[in-house]
Write a protein that binds this ligand. Structure first.
Ligand code: PMP
Length: 289
């Protein structure tokens, strides 16, 4: 059990897993990636993650160097060799190495890296009591810059957002766009619950979270109205409930925002109902039990 890597199809222990210092992922963040997780040892929503990886590649002109089936096979092989009960899986594709220079044509040998490590889910109190978020000063970058819809190795925006959130004692940073609209968390999507219905920012300047999509699906099944609609920070403060969604954190109640209680200040009934439905969809026991 433990951490294991695969580089271009070769299994390597983490201490020996190396890429060149001339790799463009290292030099410029010129790479794309996905984070998957397993439930009962099986990848969750693997096809949705690979679809997004392909879209990320299209957005930065990086063609997947190996077919999807082979990417999956490499992940599965690394998972099997790791022996973990549940795993976190990071798949990174860098544009490769070449002469130093910005021109992407300087590299023509993309690398495929898989990192598997034991899953470290949030502790139970995160779900039982909820967490605090804050609206940070760092803004989400424009679609016309590095489109937030692409999951690239260029995550400095989110790194700075988390830095600010930690300094303010918050679990997650929520970022606004240049116009002051709510976008998403540093590594999560955000939902508000109003009058029993869900509202979440539209796919315009955010990453399309795989968990976000599953939650919207579940809302439909549970008969909860759900709108993908622009939200301002005032909508978040006025919400009955707030929650974030992400692959590794599932659905986490946000009970305080910038030091102010949201709704009752406790995880709300809609959030808890969705979390129960989500865990049932993933085929595992509710978090409380
Ligand atoms: N937004 C950003 C910026 C992220 O990095 C992530 C994590 N991949 C998410 C949202 C949530 O996406 P997912 O549900 O696919 O993990």
């Amino acid at each position: 059990m433990g951490t294991l890597a695969s580089i271009d199809g070769r299994l390597v222990p983490p201490g020996a897993a190396r890429l060149s210092i001339f790799d463009r992922g290292f030099l410029y963040g010129d790479s794309i990636y996905e984070v998957f997780r397993t439930y009962r040892g099986h990848l969750f929503e693997a096809e949705a993650h690979l679809d997004r990886l392909e879209r990320s590649g299209e957005l930065i002109g990086l063609v997947l160097p190996v077919p999807r089936g082979l990417l999956l096979a490499r992940i599965e092989r690394t998972l099997a060799a790791s022996g973990n009960d549940e795993s976190y899986v990071r798949l990174v594709i860098t544009r490769g190495e070449g002469e130093i220079g910005l021109d992407p044509a300087l590299a023509c040998n993309p690398h495929v890296v898989v990192i598997v490590r034991p899953l470290a889910p949030p502790p139970p109190d995160v779900y039982r009591d909820g967490v605090e978020a804050c609206v940070v000063h760092v803004r989400r970058n424009l679609r016309e810059a590095v489109d937030p819809a692409a999951k690239t190795g260029n995550y400095l925006n989110s790194v700075l957002a988390v830095r600010e959130a930690r300094a303010r004692g918050a679990h997650e940073a929520l970022m606004l766009d240049a116009n002051g609209r709510v976008t998403e968390g540093s590594s999560s999507n955000v939902f508000a619950v109003r009058a029993g219905g869900l509202a979440t920012p539209p796919l315009d300047g955010i990453l399309e979270g795989v968990t976000r999509r599953v939650v919207l699906d579940l809302a439909g099944q549970l008969g909860l109205p759900a709108a993908e609609t622009p939200l301002g920070p005032e909508d978040l403060f006025a919400a009955d409930e707030l929650f974030l969604t992400s692959t590794t954190r599932e659905i986490v109640p946000l009970v305080r925002l910038d030091g102010r209680a949201i709704g009752s200040g406790r995880p709300g009934p809609v959030t808890r109902r969705l979390l129960a439905a989500f865990r049932a969809r993933a085929g595992v026991a509710p978090v409380d039990s």
